[in-house]
Design a protein around this ligand. Structure first.
Ligand code: SF4
Length: 490
């Protein structure tokens, strides 16, 4: 599973925007490692530096110096739509009769092809197959006839799907969030200006204060003198569709998304996991680093009550929390290895068990999700090879049963282990003594949102947008998730 993209926009009173943008992109690097870029405007002309690679490799001192101006936008990308080459690297910058535009997009449009065909028919020439260029052309066209706010509103009325955008129109910086708020975007205040960013960790990096999230359907325009921002609620929907996976996996634990600190959300998910499916084992350990906050919350729950829900007696030692798996930080991400064989090898390279924590013990191992099942299978084997008496797996989210069409690279339906297997079948496939996932209800409660205001598409197969995918119409008989774990005797 791979994060989507990270976007940022900065408008400062007088100082150069390039360096703060560069630092902010560093803070958002986990959201995209394929390309990075910055577009600035100095009041007269636009400057751009966009390349394939990590932030630290893409920019040197000369590049930063060449990006003149106190306003700009930046982007880190993992491709979810469009080619895997520099033609789709962002921010997408272009000059039209209506002025210069720089666009940074996190998300995925579901009707980009339709709008592209229409605009191509009107004479627009496209240089990439990405949906960001479609937004740029549509907005540029609308800017010929309308003022900035109306032009953005008109474009928002035409594009469907998920988007968090930071846009430079000459030296005016804007942020836009899709009407369902699927992708995150927040506003921060700096000493001498304002910043828009996918995650608040980027604002912290700039020593700024997070002001609030951009509201679903809202346009935020940063004032050019850095004195504040103006808000326009351009589209209003009755519901939201926040991506719950931001809290489970994608966002940094130190970011606050839609009002909730990601670290606390993960601990709460872990605590509810104990309440729903706790098992009394000698030791509970996280899969590093993804399962750490979940395991901490799970262990907290286990310290207070027994697996049956009774208050724990003072002389009951409960479940020991331990780090039993060490991560090799220099191995690439498991899921970008192209073949199954390479992925399996990567898991073994990535995690090394501490034998003394595991040997002869019953072990609960906690992770945030199971995608293909490769990591979980390897992990259970690893722990059993190390002498674990029993291995119980607990997952801090419901089973992923369908792909994401909102901008996450999550593997195809055929690759997802839970797409057509029951929890009992998955338990058997990964070789665990028991397996339990968190229920949909517990996720909503832990995040403090109603189920209807979350996107749960990948765990229910029901999406907040009309998705043309015949597989989503397929009837799948899925048992209720959550509650009692599925064990070897089931
Ligand atoms: S389908 Fe899943 S990953 Fe995609 S936006 Fe919805 S909750 Fe997030």
């Amino acid at each position: 599973m791979t994060e989507k993209c990270g976007v940022v926009g900065v408008s400062l009173e007088a100082r150069s925007a390039a360096r703060p943008l560069y630092y902010a992109l560093y803070a958002l690097q986990h959201r995209g490692q394929e390309s990075a870029g910055i577009v600035t405007h100095d009041g007269f002309q636009q400057h751009s530096h966009v390349e394939m690679g990590l932030v630290g490799d893409v920019f040197d001192e000369d590049d930063i110096d060449s990006l003149a101006g106190s306003a700009g936008v930046g982007h880190v990308r993992y491709p979810t739509a469009g080619s895997v080459d520099s033609s789709c690297a962002q921010p997408f910058s272009v000059s039209f009769k209506s002025g210069s535009l720089g666009l940074a997009h996190n998300g995925n449009l579901v009707n980009a092809d339709e709008i592209r065909d229409e605009l191509a028919g009107l004479g627009h020439a496209f240089t990439s197959d990405g949906d960001t260029e479609v937004i740029a052309h549509d907005l540029a066209r609308n800017l010929l006839e309308e003022d900035l706010v109306r032009a953005v509103k008109r474009t928002m009325g035409r594009i469907h799907g998920s988007y968090a955008l930071t846009i430079s129109h000459d030296d005016t910086i804007m942020g836009v969030r899709d009407p369902l708020g699927n992708r995150p975007l927040c506003i921060g205040e700096l000493e001498d200006g304002y910043v828009l960013a996918s995650e608040s960790a980027a604002i912290d990096t700039l020593d700024g204060d997070r002001v609030r999230d951009v509201r679903p359907g809202e346009l935020v325009v940063l004032r050019e003198d850095g004195s504040g921002f103006d808000s326009y609620q351009l589209v209003e929907e009755e519901r939201t569709a926040h991506c719950f996976f931001e809290h489970v996996y994608f966002a940094r634990p130190d970011s606050r998304i839609d009002g909730t600190l990601v670290y606390e959300a993960r601990r709460e998910l872990g605590r509810r996991l104990w309440e729903e499916s706790g098992v009394e084992t000698d030791v509970v350990m996280p899969v590093p680093d993804s399962g750490r906050a979940f395991a901490s919350g799970y262990a907290d729950g286990a310290a207070e009550t027994t697996a049956d829900g009774d208050p724990r007696e003072e002389d009951d030692p409960g479940v020991e929390f331990a780090e039993g798996l060490m991560k090799n930080r220099y191995v690439g991400r498991t899921f970008i290895m192209p073949t199954q064989d390479e992925r399996e090898r990567a898991v073994r390279l990535k995690l090394n068990p501490i034998k003394s924590t595991i040997e002869g013990k019953t072990v609960t191992v906690i992770d945030d999700s199971i995608v293909r099942g490769t990591t979980s299978t390897q992990l259970v084997n690893l722990l059993k090879d190390c002498g674990a008496a029993e291995v119980h797996v607990r997952i801090g989210a419901p089973p992923i049963v369908a792909p994401c069409y909102m901008g996450i690279d999550m593997a195809t339906r055929e690759e997802l282990i839970a797409a057509d297997r029951s929890v009992a079948e998955i338990r058997e496939a990964i070789g665990a003594d028991s397996l339990a996932y968190l229920s949909h209800e517990a996720v909503a409660e832990a995040l403090g949102e109603s189920r209807a205001d979350l996107c749960l598409g990948c765990v229910t197969g029901e999406y907040p947008y009309d998705i043309e995918d015949e597989a989503t119409d397929r009837e799948v008989d899925r048992p209720e998730i959550g509650g009692a774990p599925v064990g070897a005797d089931d």
